[in-house]
Design a protein around this ligand. Structure first.
Ligand code: FMN
Length: 149
């Protein structure tokens, strides 16, 4: 099992409609490909983790990297893992712009500037900490924001 996390910048401000379309297609394809993960969006930035077999994740990432809907795609983490961490999600989604999560995340955690490309490059592990924090909060909440309305 393998995972890859990256940060990128949306090419233009994406509407809810565009995000929903992107996710609907991504989820269907990920399910067929055995890919799981989580996509975060905030203020025109994306952070995504993809997990699955390496020979499936890498070609998918190459495709995603070339997608014109985002630029400055920067890999933060690529490594083997013992087991999936987002096994419930063919692709979870959380829009941090429309969420109170960062308030709960607190300043003490290793993430001063949220979804800041330079900040994450300096501290790549912080992106996994954030992704896992969002996952754990979803698991304890009754509403599922990973499914856009
Ligand atoms: C931020 C972002 C995240 C994406 N995530 C996924 C994903 O998890 N899975 C996926 O299949 N496509 C994802 N895509 C879309 C791919 O870039 C690409 O458009 C899609 O896989 C093309 O599929 P098709 O060639 O089968 O139509 C993402 C695109 C963007 C901009």
């Amino acid at each position: 099992m393998f995972h890859l996390a990256y940060i990128s910048k949306a090419s233009h401000p994406m509407t809810r409609h565009e995000l929903v379309n992107l996710l609907a297609k991504a989820k269907g394809k990920n399910e067929r490909n055995g890919i799981t993960g989580l996509l975060l969006h905030k203020n025109g930035r994306f952070v995504q983790v993809l997990e699955g077999e390496e020979d499936v994740v890498r070609p998918l990432f190459d495709l995603i990297r070339q997608d014109h809907r985002h630029t400055e795609v920067t890999i933060l983490i690529e490594e083997s893992i013992a087991q999936r961490q987002f096994f419930d999600w063919s692709m979870g989604f959380h829009d941090l712009d429309a969420s109170d999560i960062l308030g709960l995340y607190g300043n003490s955690k290793p993430l001063g500037k949220s979804l800041d490309i330079e900040g994450f490059k300096e501290n790549p592990g912080a992106c996994l900490t954030l992704l896992q924090f969002v996952r754990d909060l979803h698991l304890t909440r009754t509403t599922d924001q990973s499914r856009p309305a």
